[in-house]
Design a binder for this molecule. Sequence first.
Ligand SMILES: C[S@@+](CC[C@H](N)C(=O)[O-])C[C@H]1O[C@@H](n2cnc3c(N)ncnc32)[C@H](O)[C@@H]1O
Length: 310
Amino acid sequence: MDSGSLEPTKTRDILASFIKGVHKSLRDKCSVSENADQIWKEHCQNKQLLDEYARSMKSLATEYWNLSDEEGKKQSRNNWTKEIILDYFRNEGIKNERTREKRKIENFIHFRLPNYEYSYPELDYKLNESITILDVGSCYNPMKDIKEFDILAVDLAPGDSSVLKCDFLSVQLSNKLEIENYVVKSLPKGTFDCIVFSMLLEYIPIKQQRLECSIKAYELLKTEGLLIIITPDSKHETANAAMIKSWRLALSLLGFSRITYSKLKHIHCMAFRKTPVELELWGKLTISSLNRNQEVSNLGDLMYIPQDLK
Ligand SMILES: C[S@@+](CC[C@H](N)C(=O)[O-])C[C@H]1O[C@@H](n2cnc3c(N)ncnc32)[C@H](O)[C@@H]1O
């Protein structure tokens, strides 16, 4: 795409609509096909399209999103992510969350399960010097200069030499990191302090696949590790509140506890921790607190995006 001689706002709009168009075309194809896995496979092999997407995304984010002034900094997904991760791992975040979670569980047991035997686990988080981060769908590795982070950046189509090629939907999970010719073949379970899905889930065309990504994140994180999810939305905070609530329910039922949520001008930002509370008990608490009258027959249905409904 050559848009070099156009006005900046025009170029920005062209890049943004190309990106949205790739997402839409994938969703449309999957919605009329019996074989969404095949559509996804074909998409992953379309090198020309993926490379153009990577160039467009990098250009949009680094040249056209104004992030240099004070307001821009406040609205930046990378600044939000950095602040939340550092607060959680380097300040009192883990300790505060344990206290909050313990209190929540104890209240729940007291009122709903008075005969239940339970003690909140003794925890001792082992953090290496750097915070290990798996940035899924990283594109150009936007957080690579943050010195506290040790980032494994992966993408279908790397937009920077520091990013390894990997389809998160099909990559194997095992007990070690395996890389062949800059392609990730397998990721180690239970080893990451933090996983970042920054503007990833709305690219994934099917609700069930979004759930699969979330399940993989759960398996790859250490207990008490963080999952950061950023998803674009320029509407008012309340416009898609039902979707945000629905994702929270799905992720809670997987064993995540939401620790914070912010609506910035163009994005929703969420951080979840992998709770150390046993899943059966956590599920009961989730159903009682978040799911008062909703029937959940398929967790995948909860991971919808507004575009699925169009
Ligand atoms: C909208 S871009 C976001 C880039 C970056 N995270 C950011 O915040 O600027 C979405 C990225 O997710 C990548 N992606 C989508 N599905 C993926 C998958 N299954 N595995 C790895 N990367 C994926 C795309 O190639 C694309 O680079």
